[in-house]
Design a protein around this ligand. Structure first.
Ligand code: SF4
Length: 336
């Protein structure tokens, strides 16, 4: 598969706003390293999941690759071209090919607009509507791709008249109308009933298979990531700590944090490998105060002295399977 999107040393820092008095007294403003040097690639027609707890930097990463933030450092290359936010023409063309689906279909749709106008909005903004007939034709096509049929029966309805699953399909239709190559889907099913989750996930996989759409799928749920992805990247406090083919990450996980996420999966009977029983200690540390050495050492049951002082590199252990843990091999052997 050819490469579609690549990041190199991707970073996003935020400055924390102190209260007025603190602002006056403190000499230095606190920085949060929300995304702390990410290198990853998404190939054409591939679904890569970014998995981690809340506060790990997943959503910020999604927005950063789509150039939706103005404080992004490092490189994002799309179809071999490095993106440059100052190049308005390039970014406009990129934004037509790359779309985002947000978590909350209730929030993402303007309740005052009819479905036809919501779905047509990206075409409108980009001056791509020739006339009313053309608008209807394009909206019909997008709604049908998103599984809302007969499409015309949805045109003049309002979001509140639809179910949660239908609303998320409208969000998807609106993302599809510009014929994108790449979608960042940020927890797209977490607000939906369990009964419709599988339908929306199936639709996304179908769009990959039939339209060749690639995805960055953001989720806190590693079992969903396993269902839908070609590859999984595990993120902890702004860094990728493990990445590889979905099956390998699940059945031969190398990083203790991945093992902990797998442990809370609903059906842990996932492989012949006996996963070490791991319960995470404590809360994720404050991202403005990232622990020294391995950033996971404050919660890791296998931490040794070395972990407190030396940051592990993301290292390849088998074909395309990388982890950032000093003892990854030892832990894997112990589990087999
Ligand atoms: Fe745990 Fe040490 Fe590995 Fe970090 S490097 S994950 S603290 S064993």
């Amino acid at each position: 598969m050819d490469s579609l999107l690549k990041t190199k040393d991707l970073r996003v820092n935020f400055t924390i706003q102190n209260g007025f008095l603190k602002e006056l007294l403190s000499k230095e403003k606190k920085q949060v390293k929300a995304v702390d040097g990410l290198d990853f690639e998404i190939k054409k027609g591939e679904i890569v999941s970014l998995v981690g707890e809340s506060g790990s930097g997943k959503t910020t990463t999604g927005k950063a690759v789509l150039q939706l933030l103005d404080n992004v450092e490092g490189e994002v290359t799309y179809n071999g071209q490095r993106l440059n936010q100052k190049d308005k023409k390039q970014i406009k063309s990129f934004r037509q090919k790359a779309q985002m689906i947000f978590q909350d279909p209730y929030d993402s749709l303007n309740s005052k607009f009819k479905i036809i106008d919501i779905v047509a909005e990206p075409l409108e903004i980009n001056g791509k509507i020739r006339n009313e007939e053309h608008k209807k034709e394009k909206v019909k096509e997008a709604l049908e791709w998103a599984g809302l049929k007969p499409a015309e029966t949805f045109f003049y309805r309002y979001p509140h008249e639809l179910s949660g699953g239908q609303r998320q399909r409208v969000v998807i239709a609106s993302a599809l109308i510009l014929n994108p190559e790449f979608i960042v889907a940020d927890e797209p099913v977490s607000m939906l009933d369990v009964s419709v989750r599988a339908d929306i996930l199936r639709l996304m996989v179908d769009l990959r298979d039939k339209k060749g759409i690639s995805y960055l799928f953001i989720t806190h749920d590693i079992s969903l990531a396993w269902l839908i992805s070609n590859r999984i990247a595990i993120m902890y406090l702004g860094k990728i700590v493990e990445i590889g083919e979905a099956d390998k990450v699940i059945s031969k996980s190398l990083h203790p944090y991945t093992k902990a996420l797998i442990n809370v999966m609903p059906k842990p009977k996932i492989s012949k490998q006996k996963q070490k029983r791991m319960i995470l200690k404590g809360e994720t540390p404050n991202p403005s105060n990232i622990p020294t050495g391995c950033r996971f050492h404050t919660r890791c049951p296998f931490a040794e002295e070395k972990c407190k002082v030396e940051e592990p590199e993301l290292t390849q252990y088998s074909d395309g399977h990388f982890a950032a843990c000093h003892f990854a091999e030892k832990l894997l052997e112990g589990a087999e």
